[in-house]
Design a protein around this ligand. Structure first.
Ligand SMILES: Cc1cc2nc3c(=O)[nH]c(=O)nc-3n(C[C@H](O)[C@H](O)[C@H](O)COP(=O)(O)OP(=O)(O)OC[C@H]3O[C@@H](n4cnc5c(N)ncnc54)[C@H](O)[C@@H]3O)c2cc1C
Length: 399
């Protein structure tokens, strides 16, 4: 391989770091540019499906990930009004027999740390905090990337892994802001020892679905922490309110739900909220020597808990294709875009349907509950197979 200029990556999230590690393990020079002063994720939990494990294996980080991960006893969806089970996904031996790999829950800080440490061990991967990308130029023979501090960096190519509000995407695609859907999320982590006794499920991933709201909770760090996410529809989604107003809104939203939902929301820090948004799929994620990945390319609602899994799949496949293409980075980027388009677009579109399913009201809720009651575990596995069976990676390419 002749070109020893670095591939520049805007964004040091899970997608950007996975791409960096995949490229670095194939001998490519990489420079990750992260806008935050420190490489640090928003510190909440994350669920990862079995499809991401072949990626971890290719990156050589499976053992480190598993050391920090928890395997939930079950994934349960409960009706938030009646308390009854709507459906479940068994995560024990039957799941492993069907999907080969486990379903895990992990603290974002822990998986981020695994990726940072693995990148730091590869000499030709550089990671730079306080480096916000604001523009770029594709010169045909390479790229020139502008940072907010006035620097201009030269590289062989640019990967925009800079998330939902990607600055790289803004310069590639003419469009507006991401599409807010009128819902917000509040997130909290509490020590497991703080949990009141009326919380019935501590070892499972639980989703309580109600009309226009849901709550997800699960344990982290081997059962020592408890992660809670409350998501609901609100007319004030775009307004920045004070914590007292958020609290009043949360109380009102969950007033008809099972009492345990009040217990859960009482435990939450309601000071910060996230606006839930996605985008319609687009066909082209780049041009020439510039390409997008992860949320920058295909932001998705979190219904399947797969946005990060897709970002990691993107990063690893991109690394493999660049390794196969040698110096013809632009053709590797096109191949990656073509290969990833339908899988990620399907996730964006089906996530919207699953979102409605979680929040069904009235007759739609009755129909949902009745249809799910008729499903077997094998039926549920069949519905998830397109996602959890994962993707094929090319046979390992030598650096
Ligand atoms: C409430 C919630 C729960 C979720 N739960 C799950 C789950 O359980 N499982 C799952 O798989 N997914 C989940 N997701 C989705 C997941 O968080 C995202 O899909 C994933 O983080 C995308 O990774 P990314 O690397 O593409 O982008 P990000 O994680 O957004 O990382 C982008 C990085 O780029 C940096 N950056 C931004 N702009 C610039 C710039 N101009 N220059 C340089 N750096 C920049 C940012 O600081 C950040 O570090 C959830 C999302 C939400 C909102």
């Amino acid at each position: 391989m002749a070109d020893q200029r670095p591939i520049l990556i805007a964004g040091g999230g899970l997608g950007g770091l996975s791409a960096a590690l995949a490229l670095g393990r194939h001998g490519r020079c990489v420079r990750v540019l992260e806008q935050a002063a420190k490489f640090a994720p928003i510190g909440y939990g994350i669920q990862l499906g079995p499809n991401v494990f072949p990626m971890f294996e290719r990156l050589g980080i499976t053992d480190a990930v598993m050391a920090a991960a928890t395997i939930p006893k079950n994934i349960l969806m409960l009706d938030a009004l009646s308390g009854e089970e709507v459906t479940h996904i068994p995560t024990g031996p039957k799941f492993r027999a069907r999907f080969t790999h486990p379903y895990i829950i992990i603290h974002r800080e822990d998986i981020h740390r695994v990726l940072i440490d693995a990148c730091a061990a590869v000499p030709h991967i550089a990671m730079e905090g306080g480096a916000e990308v604001v523009g770029f130029e594709d010169t045909g023979a390479g790229v020139r990337v502008a940072l907010t501090d006035g620097r201009e960096l030269e590289g062989a190519a640019l990967i925009g892994a800079d998330g939902l509000r990607s600055a790289v995407r803004a310069r590639l695609v003419v469009e507006g802001e991401p599409r807010p859907i009128g819902y917000v999320a509040h997130r909290t982590i509490r020590p497991m020892s703080d949990l009141p006794s009326d919380i019935p499920y501590r070892d499972e991933v639980v989703l309580w679905g109600g009309p226009g709201f849901h709550i997800v909770h699960y344990p982290l760090r081997h059962g020592t922490l408890f992660n809670i996410v409350a998501v609901f529809r609100t007319a004030t989604f775009a307004e920045r309110l004070d914590p007292a107003a958020y609290t009043a809104e949360v109380r009102n939203t969950y007033r008809d739900a099972q009492p345990v939902m009040k217990t859960l929301t009482d435990m939450m820090d309601l000071g910060r909220r996230w606006i839930i948004a996605d985008r319609d799929p687009i066909r082209h994620w780049g041009r020439g020597r510039v390409v997008l990945l992860g949320d920058a390319a295909h932001p998705v609602l979190q219904s399947f808990a797969q946005g990060a899994c897709m970002a990691i799949e993107d990063g690893v496949l991109l690394g493999e294709f660049v390794a196969q293409a040698g110096d013809d980075v632009a053709s590797a980027f096109r191949r990656y875009n073509d290969e990833r388009l339908l899988r990620t677009s399907r996730l964006v579109l089906e996530s919207r349907q699953l979102w409605e399913f979680y929040h069904a009201e009235g007759i739609a809720r009755d129909v949902r509950n009745d249809a799910c009651a008729r499903q077997t575990e094998d039926d549920v596995f069949r519905c998830l197979a397109w996602l959890y069976d994962g993707i094929s990676l090319p046979a390992g390419v030598k650096a």
